[in-house]
Design a protein. Structure first.
Length: 316
């Protein structure tokens, strides 16, 4: 059995994981947002661009550097804070569940596969917080393309901010409209975070030298392990992400299978990999920053609360 301590300790661990995940989510957005914008544009309007560099050029020329490449930053921050806070808090809880169910004495002794399973479980819950905010983010990122496409119900989207756009979606489709693409989000997130956390923990094990622990490998190796986890995520889940983006941006009806089949029949299998290059270029530094921020803010908060508790005990 895992000795998780009293309920107060468990609550503290949950709050720390939640906060560290939030900070990691903010760091990830500021590092990776420009290439994420390019990814969404190429996924949803692949015929408009010859290449990743053409997409970057057109975006900067027509929309400006900050306005174009950092479109959707506010909902992206909200999305990543919402997702990563719930994800990492859930990950800590699910690690304890997996450890208890497998008879492992502490979560530090879980294998990479066990950690991957915990990440997969946690991703189910984080999908519900991610889907609405990512829907708004994707629509804002592809705003200009939507504005010039025929039949768009949100033709003036480029003039609309995230809050007004949210109101428009709710007015047209109800609250349910914010969860358009939820099924494809879950289908992406659960297997994605299995390999995400599995790859990260496996890499940390590989980078650990004799006499070290995974928690003492230093910032550079922690960042490298985070990059491995991020690359693993996207290599496995990218087709599902393309389908999700199409469903959310273009308000498509159907599920992961039917929309995916329609894309393949009309555009070929390669269409499911539109935007992969900017995604991979973005992923390594972005997820490296995510895990560096998560691990070290978590370590700082544990040390801070430990020192504070010691000071309180000494003063009694």
């Amino acid at each position: 059995m895992v000795h998780s301590g009293d309920s107060r300790s468990s609550i503290k661990d949950g709050v720390i994981d939640f906060t560290a995940g939030s900070l990691g989510g903010v760091a990830l957005v500021y590092v990776g947002q420009p290439l994420d914008t390019i990814k969404v544009k190429m996924q949803t309007f692949p015929k408009l661009y010859k290449s990743m560099f053409d997409c970057v050029k057109q975006t900067v020329v027509k929309e400006g550097f900050v306005k174009g490449l950092y479109a959707g930053t506010i909902p992206a921050i909200v999305a990543n804070v919402a997702e990563n806070s719930v994800l990492f808090a859930g990950y800590g809880v699910c690690q304890k569940i997996v450890a208890n169910s497998t008879g492992v004495q502490s979560i530090e002794k879980l294998s990479a596969t066990a950690n991957a399973s915990a990440g997969c479980m946690a991703a189910f819950f984080s999908s519900f917080t991610l889907c609405p905010t990512e829907l708004i983010k994707c629509k804002l990122q592809a705003a200009r393309e939507l504005a010039v496409s025929s039949g768009s119900q949100l033709a003036n989207i480029e003039k609309v901010g995230p809050f007004r756009l949210t109101q428009q979606v709710i007015a047209e489709s109800g609250v349910r409209g914010l969860f358009n693409g939820l099924g494809s989000t879950i289908a992406r997130e659960m297997p994605g975070y299995f390999v995400f956390f599995g790859g990260y923990e496996w890499a940390r094990e590989m980078f650990t030298k004799p006499g070290e622990t995974k928690d003492t490998i230093g910032p550079l190796r922690t960042m490298a392990a985070g990059g491995v986890g991020g690359m693993s995520f996207w290599l496995v889940t990218f087709p599902a992400d393309v389908i999700k983006s199409r469903i959310q941006v273009s308000n498509l009806t159907g599920n992961l299978y039917t929309v995916g089949l329609d894309i393949v029949q009309k555009e070929g299998v390669s269409a499911l990999y539109n935007g992969l290059r900017p995604t991979l270029l973005r992923t390594f530094p972005a997820t490296a920053t995510l895990f560096l921020t998560y691990e070290y803010s978590k370590k700082f908060m544990h040390e801070f609360f430990s020192d504070t508790s010691s000071d309180l005990l000494n003063s009694i």
